[in-house]
Ligand binder design. Sequence first.
Ligand SMILES: *Cc1c(COP(=O)(O)O)cnc(C)c1O
Length: 365
Amino acid sequence: MIKFLDLQKINIQYQDQFQKKLQLILEKGWFVLGDEVKTFERDFAKYCGTKHCIGVGNGLDALVLIFKAYIELGKLQKGDEVIVPANTYIASILAVLQADLVPVLVEPKAETYNINPNLISEKITSKTKAILAVHLYGQLAEMEAINSIAGEHNLLVIEDAAQAHGAAIGNKKAGNWGNAAGFSFYPGKNLGALGDAGAVTTSDADLAQMIFSLRNYGSDKKYHNKYIGVNSRLDEMQAAFLNVKLPHLDSENAARKAIAARYTSEVKNPKIKLPYWSHSEDHVFHLFVIQTKNRAELEDYMKRNQVETLIHYPVPPHRQQALPHWNLLSFPITETIHEEVVSLPMSSVMSKEEVDFVIETLNKY
Ligand SMILES: *Cc1c(COP(=O)(O)O)cnc(C)c1O
């Protein structure tokens, strides 16, 4: 069986360094918000090209805390509208809702799966105050176009960069295109911890300070609480593991891109639509997503041939049971994507033989 993602194989490479970190932390006896978190925050900000990074508990909290911090700073108000892609993972939408803001859905471009900037302006009202851009599957959203619309209408731009660690156009990386960005280090992401973890990147010093405070009970000083904060700190142990893995992110992404290049040039089957991307560096292939008309048939065929595939995602946000007031809305491009996509095995540790086999299997379909 060719695994969709072999987390054991990815992480066992770093086993010795992980064990040394555990030993070090046991010896120090400092378990929350220590040197490992500080080091990671410094190095990940540097990696993304931002002035600040704030480690938090997970990717969803990273996004929620950005919105809540802007509310505390008076730049957003409860009830403000936020433009979000209709075609995204539910966490992007939940973050907006949890901050008591109103998500306004916009269809994607069918080729890139990312929000279509040409459809944003018609959704802007006097209540619109921000755009949440999602770099879906590892491909940067069209940030130049999005930033220019935001500039015209005086909107904040927030990136959901949970699938795009290291994706860049020129030297400008995901996490450094908007006012702030949320990252997830869930184990399956391109930079994955050994449990839940997340971070915010920003070059806005006021926002950074507010999030440092909100993630830790809204306190600036121990036992002095300025805001109604939460407990969503980046775990010290997870930060230590991330410090081991961050220096390898670029080479792991390069391995993903090499596999994507092979899939793209060697899969030749008229029943399969390959992904499209416009720049050479902007896609880090968190997922390699193909499209096919008869998805159930392809899934079944791949399974019979011992290749694990997954669906990202089977149900669009507006069709989720948790959001019943949206269920009758129609987003045809988003719906077709959700009906036809299939994700192929993709990770930095796939062997040449595994990639050969996936390609061969698809070409025989
Ligand atoms: C994974 C993910 C998140 C949420 O991250 P968690 O760490 O699981 O909370 C948010 N947005 C997108 C697009 C994601 O893929």
